[in-house]
Design a binder for this molecule. Structure first.
Ligand SMILES: Cc1ncc(C[n+]2csc(CCOP(=O)(O)OP(=O)(O)O)c2C)c(N)n1
Ligand SMILES: [Mg+2]
Length: 304
């Protein structure tokens, strides 16, 4: 299936082993389309590595390096250094990892690579948990979500702390370009990934990618739910270019869809509504979402 207005060439081929409705597989198509032929890809361990390279097969039509869970940013740094020595400025270095690798286990490597200022783009396909090993919570898992290591029950509402704001953490490293994207808005995501690749220096895009298995959502609703995350303000789309914020969506914070619509659509939040409605937790989520949008709007109006 072609995505309207995007290059038709596919460098991440069909026949891979992702689950039906896998949002991260859509993200990979967008990443490779934006990167194009002259690219070297780096990927740590995670679902997208496992489903794309079951020996002796591969879904990759571009040079692709698999690293350990923690070190895609270090491998990308080494590739950048080698290309520099060879005087090659025509090759894109693109690393991409899941949220577990990016937000948690590989964070030290990522921070180091950003501090050193290598010329590469890092894309996190954010499915908000360690899915490959059985849905464990990560630093990116949202507040209130049930995972196997933040189970919901009589004494727990699921994950009890808010999602880490990695996008700003990397912006504060001095990155010239960081952005959020969603597979619900593929054209926006494609443009941002392309911009990240074309901008000199270490850049970052966090793309929200629905996981029907971990989020307990119907496979045919992956794109719809990824859109709903944006339309409710739960996952706003914005860019920070050389320290300057701009919010792409939602445009009007006073006309959002109810946050409840997003939560109710997913089994990982079901305990917030059944057997009894947890008003306190739902209200807390709504308030934090509003607060976050307010903070972003202020950043966009002033300067970072
Ligand atoms: C150092 C290390 N710790 C743990 C693992 C086991 N492991 C492999 S993949 C994975 C989860 C990956 O999560 P994420 O990065 O979010 O990608 P996803 O599976 O969600 O695509 C874990 C814990 C490992 N390979 N190496
Ligand atoms: Mg993950």
């Amino acid at each position: 299936m072609a995505i309207l207005g995007l290059p038709e060439e596919e460098y991440f081929s069909y026949g891979h082993r992702a689950c039906a409705g896998c949002g991260a597989a859509i993200a990979l198509r967008l990443i490779t389309k934006a990167a194009g032929r002259n690219s070297i890809l780096v990927e740590p361990t995670g679902c997208m590595e496992v489903i794309s390279t079951p020996y002796p097969e591969t879904a990759w039509k571009l040079p692709w390096v698999h690293g350990a869970f923690e070190n895609p940013a270090s491998i990308a740094s080494g590739i950048c250094a080698a290309l520099k020595v060879k005087g090659r400025e025509d090759v894109n270095v693109v690393a991409f990892g899941g949220d577990g690798s990016t937000y948690d286990i590989g964070f030290g490597h990522l921070s180091g690579a950003f501090e050193r200022g290598h010329n590469f783009a890092y894309i996190c396909y954010d499915n908000e948990a360690y899915m490959n090993t059985g849905i464990q919570r990560s630093g990116s898992t949202p507040y209130g979500a049930a995972t196997t290591t933040s189970p919901a029950g009589k004494k727990s509402i699921g994950k009890e702390v808010w999602k880490k704001d990695l996008v700003h953490v990397l912006a504060y490293h001095g990155s010239p370009y960081v952005a959020t994207a969603s597979i619900g808005y593929p054209t926006d995501a494609y443009k941002k990934i392309k911009k990240a690749i074309e901008t000199k220096g270490p850049t970052f895009v966090n793309i929200l990618a629905t996981c029907p298995t971990g989020w307990r959502t119907p496979t045919e609703k992956s794109v719809e739910i990824a859109k709903l995350a944006v339309e409710t303000g739960v996952f706003p789309l914005y860019e920070i270019v050389d320290g300057r914020h701009s919010i792409n969506m939602p445009k009007d914070a006073s006309r959002l869809k109810p946050v409840e619509d997003y939560l109710k659509a997913q089994g990982r939040f079901r305990h917030l509504f059944k057997p009894e409605r947890n008003d306190k937790a739902i209200k807390y989520i709504e308030e934090r979402v509003k607060e976050n949008l307010h903070r972003l709007t202020q950043c966009a109006e002033k300067c970072f």
